[in-house]
Design a protein around this ligand. Structure first.
Ligand SMILES: [Mg+2]
Length: 236
């Protein structure tokens, strides 16, 4: 089926995202260095993040709460007020950090926006995600923006139904196999995976079958217009 709409993931597809979590994690380990070993801190935080996901969802605020919970656990409730304040300011600075676009993003959107309606589908905190989009300078390319709690076939389906978009005519572009590729292929759409420099462990899919219909992969977003041309040649 012909591509009628191109949807983009935002974090680590249009701009850098995971690197801020990695940097914050390093600072968090320094703040807690009197209470635990780096590896224990890593593991404890990840465990707490996974436990909290269904209640807190994704994003910096959820991450900050999980850091605080991990600090209490690792320090056996002895974490100081100063350390708590440092953790809070870590989270705050993540929310205010400068948006750094991946190379080729602007030119690619400029080219594609001339031929397709473009949409952003991202997950996480509404205020943070829409704020990043407006700070990125990319807002004008995306007439449709959706922030969802979780990227599943059901949540994508509701988005497509809301705008009366045929799910088979969607091309989704993103860095996460788990969130941007697998659910879209399950709905019969097409998906282009772009490997980011850093990907959160939670977003990987070990043993993913790359021979599936509708799956494409490119090294960077600048290669997208040519790939779309090729895909369109075989579609009627
Ligand atoms: Mg992403």
């Amino acid at each position: 089926m012909k591509i009628e709409m191109i949807a983009f993931d935002a974090d680590d597809t249009l701009w850098h995202g995971e690197v801020h979590y990695r940097d914050a994690l390093e600072d968090f380990k320094k703040i807690l260095s009197t209470w635990g070993e780096p590896q224990t801190i890593d593991e404890t935080l990840y465990e707490i993040e996974m436990k909290n996901l269904p209640l807190y969802g994704y994003g910096v605020k959820a991450f900050t709460l999980s850091m605080l919970e991990a600090a209490v656990k690792i320090s056996e409730s002895n974490v100081s007020g100063k350390e708590v304040a440092d953790i809070l300011s870590l989270g705050r600075s993540m929310l205010e950090t400068e948006i750094v676009l991946y190379p080729h993003v602007k030119e690619t959107l400029e080219v594609l926006a001339g031929s397709f309606p473009l949409m952003v589908i991202t997950k996480g905190d509404l205020l943070d995600q829409t704020g990043k989009l407006s700070r990125s300078g990319l807002e004008r390319y995306f007439p449709l923006v959706e922030v969802v709690n979780e990227k599943t076939p059901q949540s994508y389906q509701s988005v497509f139904e809301k705008y009366n978009i045929d799910q088979n005519s969607i091309l989704m572009v993103g860095n996460s196999l788990r969130s941007d590729v697998v659910p879209i292929l399950a709905l019969g759409g097409k998906s282009v995976h772009i490997q980011a420099d850093t990907t959160w462990e939670h977003e990987t899919v070990p043993g993913f079958d790359t021979s599936q219909e509708g799956y494409y992969s490119i090294e960077h977003i600048g290669l997208l217009p040519d790939l779309i041309k090729k895909i369109q040649q075989y579609e009627v």
